[in-house]
Design a binder for this molecule. Structure first.
Ligand code: ATP
Length: 290
């Protein structure tokens, strides 16, 4: 895929500035094929969406990019350099932050405490060293505001925020700690329409801040609203790869819904004889026909 040209005419690929690139990547668990020959590019200021049903391989793909699992074949490039990440810590050090659906937060702790969890600034020295609470409070408030999130009170326990707000805090946190690539695991899966809209706004804000975003979702409408590249996965293989200018929402939805498979099923249902105990005729054909 390296060196391909998009419909827009720009050169793409590791050599030309993709932050993260998967080229023909495969992953097997024993003899189970979780991913085979999957390619994906993530560019600064772009949103690459990965769409797929259950078991399509989305989690496996996240785990490879996040440094949890190693790929078995193909190339994984970070800023053009072939890489095999040894751990999630290494992924973070290389600028890849992953926000999982079940966010790792401490519900009873204040928003600001969760914002800095694991990276708390301290002040003073020696035995007088202590958490710099004022700085954490102020920074959290300012950073959330910068992303357009106006929280009434950063002292409230994060568990009192809505699911959408918590996703937004996690995105703002990744931006603040200098992520270059943000991987979002189904951030709107458990949310209603309005909250999904709020989260997608912050996904777009992260993109506008210059990050490259990988948005995993099974919702083509959400993907199409913000995405500029779409990779469709089906049972571990890539069933489609499109740039936004090369596919319509209707077509993306059709492909995601099963496309030709659904059409075939619909024809089969039309032809299928109705069993006699359900009112069909012994000779076959739908009930009510002669
Ligand atoms: P879902 O949306 O249901 O989580 P997914 O698209 O994330 O699905 P994966 O979890 O990546 O899909 O799974 C892809 C395939 O790999 C599935 O067939 C799954 O059973 C298999 N698989 C995933 N993880 C493992 C594992 N640790 N060991 C064995 N097989 C696995």
């Amino acid at each position: 895929m390296t060196g391909d040209t998009t419909a827009g005419g720009a050169t793409v690929g590791g050599a030309s500035g993709a932050l993260v690139e998967l080229d023909n990547v495969s992953k097997y668990y024993g003899n189970i094929r979780a991913l085979e020959g999957v390619s994906l590019e993530v560019h600064a200021g772009g949103i690459s969406c990965v769409l797929g049903d259950n078991g399509a391989g989305k989690s496996t793909l996240i785990k490879i990019i996040a440094g949890l699992h190693r790929h078995d074949a193909g190339d994984f490039l970070i800023e053009g350099e072939k890489t095999t990440l040894a751990s999630p810590r290494e992924a973070l050090d290389r600028g890849i932050a992953t926000v999982y659906q079940d966010l790792a937060v401490v519900p009873l702790m204040p928003v600001w405490r969760n914002f800095f969890l694991g990276s708390e600034p301290r002040k003073g020295s020696g035995p007088f060293k202590r958490l710099d609470v004022a700085l954490m409070r102020e920074t959290t408030r300012a950073e959330l505001l910068r992303m357009g999130i106006d929280l009434r009170d950063v002292d409230q326990p994060i568990g009192t925020l809505s699911g959408g707000e918590r996703q937004c805090v996690a995105i703002a946190r990744a931006v603040y700690f200098g992520a270059k690539v943000l991987v979002l695991d189904e951030p709107t899966a458990a949310l209603g329409v309005k909250q999904s809209g709020v989260v997608l706004k912050y996904v777009a804000a992260a993109r506008d801040a210059g990050l490259g975003v990988v948005l995993i979702t099974h919702n083509p409408h959400h993907a199409y609203l913000v995405g500029d590249r779409f990779v469709l996965l089906k049972r571990g293989v890539m069933s489609g790869s499109h740039t936004k200018d090369s596919i319509t929402l209707d077509e993306l939805t059709r492909q995601m819904a099963g496309g030709s498979e659904l059409e075939e099923l619909s024809h089969e249902l039309e032809r299928a004889p109705v069993p006699s105990h359900l009112g069909g005729h012994p000779g076959g054909g739908p009930a009510g026909t002669n």
